[in-house]
Design a protein around this ligand. Structure first.
Ligand SMILES: NC(=O)c1ccc[n+]([C@@H]2O[C@H](COP(=O)([O-])OP(=O)(O)OC[C@H]3O[C@@H](n4cnc5c(N)ncnc54)[C@H](OP(=O)(O)O)[C@@H]3O)[C@@H](O)[C@H]2O)c1
Length: 254
C-alpha cells in the first residue's frame, strides 16, 4: 500500500485529499506552483506527517501521486519523476480556464487521455474529479460503514486502478471502475455522476456563493451501486460545454 502520497496541486481538492490522507496515517508531500513556503500554513494544520516541497520533489517522494491542478498546467508535470508511478488525475476541462484544446473539443481524447499521453511512462487514473472539495472530505467513511460513498475511477492499467481503489478505500471511499481513459467522459462535468448526486438540490447562485454553500452542506452519501448506475446512463456531449455552478473558473479561486 502507498505510504507516501505526493500532491502536485494543493488547492481545494489537493488539500482535502491531504487531510484525508493524514487522517488515514499516510505521509503527504504537498506542492503548488510557488515556493513551498507558501504552503506553511496548510502543512502546520496537517501536522507532523505533512511537508511541503516542489512538484518535482513531491513526484519523486510519492509512492502514488495526485495531480490536482487545472488542466492548463498539465504540461508542467515532471514527466521523468512520475514515470513508473500511478498518477491520480482530478482535473476537469473548462476551456474558459484551460484554453481550447482541439483534441478535447472534437472528442478525439478525453482530458485524462491527454494527460496519459503526456505522462507516457506513468499510469494515469481519473479519480476524485466528480465531487466538490468539502464533500470529498465530509462524506469519507470507514470501510463497511452503511453510509459510505463511492467514487468512479477510470484508467488503462488494471494494476493502477487497483492501487487507486486501495488508496480511496483508505481515504474513506468505495470505488467503481467505469472503464478506460477513453470512457472516462462518463464522470466528466455535467454527466449524471458529476457533483450533483453528492449535493442534492443545488440552489441557483453564483460560483463563489456556490462554493460557500457547499462548505455548509454536509452532502449526500452515494453508494457504489448508484455511482455505477449513474455512470452507465451518461450520454457523451462535446467536452467543455458543461456549465455547473461548481468547478468552473471563478475569479476568486483561479
Ligand atoms: N473545485 C472543485 O469543485 C473541483 C472538483 C473536482 C475536480 N476539480 C478539478 O481538480 C483540479 C484542481 O481543482 P481545485 O479546485 O483544487 O483548484 P485550486 O483550488 O485552484 O488549486 C489548484 C492547485 O494547483 C496548483 N497549480 C497550478 N498550476 C500548477 C503548476 N504548474 N504546477 C504545480 N501546481 C500548480 C495551484 O498552485 P498555486 O496556488 O501555487 O497556483 C493550486 O495548489 C482542477 O483541474 C479542477 O477542475 C475541482
Amino acid at each position: 500500500m502507498s505510504r507516501t502520497l505526493g500532491l502536485i496541486g494543493s488547492g481545494m481538492i489537493g488539500s482535502a485529499l491531504a487531510r484525508l490522507a493524514v487522517a488515514a496515517g499516510l505521509e503527504v508531500v504537498l506542492s503548488n506552483s510557488r515556493d513551498p513556503q507558501t504552503l506553511a500554513g496548510l502543512v502546520a494544520d496537517l501536522g507532523a506527517h505533512a511537508r511541503a516541497a516542489t512538484p518535482l520533489e513531491a513526484a519523486r517522494a510519492g509512492d502514488l501521486v495526485v495531480a490536482a491542478i487545472p488542466l492548463n498546467a498539465y504540461e508542467d508535470l515532471p514527466v521523468e519523476a512520475l514515470s513508473g508511478k500511478t498518477v491520480l488525475d482530478t482535473a476537469n476541462y473548462y476551456p474558459e480556464r484551460d484554453g481550447h484544446r482541439a483534441e478535447l473539443d472534437n472528442g478525439e481524447l478525453t482530458s485524462s487521455a491527454l494527460l496519459q499521453r503526456h505522462l507516457a511512462g506513468s499510469r494515469v487514473v481519473k479519480a476524485c474529479n466528480n465531487i466538490t472539495p468539502h464533500q470529498l472530505f465530509s462524506l469519507a467513511r470507514p470501510a463497511g460503514a452503511p453510509d459510505r460513498s463511492a467514487l468512479p475511477i477510470a484508467g488503462d492499467h488494471a494494476d493502477a486502478k487497483a492501487e487507486a481503489a486501495r488508496l480511496l478505500d483508505l481515504l474513506g471511499y468505495d470505488s467503481v471502475d467505469i472503464g478506460t481513459l477513453a470512457t472516462s467522459w462518463r464522470s466528466e462535468p455535467d454527466t449524471p455522476v458529476y457533483i450533483r448526486p453528492y449535493l442534492g438540490e443545488i440552489p441557483a447562485m453564483s460560483v463563489d456563493a456556490f462554493l460557500r454553500w457547499t462548505s455548509r452542506t454536509p452532502g449526500i452519501p452515494v453508494p457504489a451501486t448508484r455511482v455505477a448506475e449513474l455512470a452507465e446512463t451518461a450520454v457523451r456531449r462535446p467536452a467543455g460545454e458543461a456549465r455547473l455552478p461548481s468547478d468552473s473558473p471563478s475569479p476568486a479561486t483561479r
